[in-house]
Ligand binder design. Structure first.
Ligand code: ZN
Ligand code: ZN
Length: 312
């Protein structure tokens, strides 16, 4: 049951399909934070079943996010999985998801610190405009323009992919909170979140935009209202993002940018997020909240408190 990207399909839809799954996010997160690259290590860290892990690794290879590489294990050749260049860029996505948790659920015990090696401080990643250098840039300081006929959210594979019913995703300090996984960890939820950022508000508009079954849509909207990402519908029947929901803008902006660079069949944008202040299409980059320097994958690391139950 691998996820195949239909030729000529939506780049953003393809990216949402590739990423919108809780196990996929956890597998990639472990690869970034703990440098996990072997089947047995993911299994031990995540407590995931062999069949689920094998299926997700296959999907990640098919989506060109992981690549198999042989290694020598005491004279026996085995395979491990390395992040591809396309996947390495997602480091910034994992930083902003972590940043959203810090902002939305402060006081999370044992949360790891993000250390910026250049200034040596415990920092937050600020999404900024790579053209004019302004940071932070929030949703309110941008506009989103959709190309005609762009149907990014009409993701065409959901029937092949049941919502993950597995419970028991790990809850150690480096795992995302269950609430985060409930928002980003399934394909419909990420698509609904993306649709909210381009101004979709009403039940029927979500339904036709996403091609989603009404019962699934009701369930997801209820959940989003429950966790405080969307306001309960107003008198006009509109579901609007709350401040907490708006906090996902960096996640949305990075996925849109990444998708259109790596999954687009043609050099045309389905969606252009524009930085209002400078007028340029937003090239999202991350800046250090304290020293203001550009953050790069190689100049940040997570530091765990001594009490952290980190299973390495
Ligand atoms: Zn700008
Ligand atoms: Zn810094």
């Amino acid at each position: 049951m691998s996820v195949t990207i239909p030729p000529g399909g939506s780049a953003i839809g393809s990216a949402l399909l590739a990423l919108g799954d809780r196990w996929t996010l956890l597998i990639l997160q472990r690869a970034f934070v703990l440098h996990t690259r072997r089947f047995s290590d993911w299994r031990a860290q995540l407590g995931v079943s062999d069949s689920t892990l094998a299926a997700r690794l296959r999907d990640l290879v098919a989506a060109e996010l992981l690549v198999r590489a042989p290694y020598d294990d005491n004279g026996r050749t085995r395979e491990e999985y390395l992040l591809t260049p396309r996947a390495l860029e997602l480091y910034s996505l994992f930083l902003v998801i972590w940043g959203w948790e810090q902002a939305s659920m402060p006081g999370a015990k044992d949360a790891p610190h993000l250390i910026h090696d250049k200034c040596g401080q415990s920092i937050l990643p600020h999404l900024g405009c790579g053209v004019c250098g302004t940071a932070p840039v929030t949703a309110r300081e941008t506009t989103a323009e959709r190309a005609e006929h762009a149907e990014f959210a009409k993701i065409s594979v959901p029937r092949l992919h049941r919502r993950a019913q597995e419970t028991g995703t790990p809850t150690d300090a480096i795992s995302y909170f269950p609430q985060t996984m409930g928002i980003l960890g399934d394909r419909w939820s990420t698509a609904i979140l993306a649709a909210s950022f381009i101004g979709i508000r009403r039940f029927n508009a979500f339904k036709s935009e996403l091609g989603i079954a009404p019962s699934i849509l009701s369930d997801r909207l209820r959940r989003f209202v429950g966790v405080g990402v969307l306001h309960a519908p107003n008198d006009a029947g509109e579901y609007r993002l709350t401040a907490k929901g708006m906090g996902f803008f960096p996640t949305f902006a990075l996925i849109v940018d990444w998708a259109q660079r790596w999954y687009a069949a043609a050099p045309s944008r389905e969606l252009t997020i524009r930085h209002t202040a400078c007028g340029a299409p937003l090239h999202p980059v991350l800046f250090c909240s304290l020293c203001g320097e550009l953050l790069e994958r190689t100049t940040v690391h997570f530091e765990f408190s001594p009490t952290t139950t980190q299973r390495v």
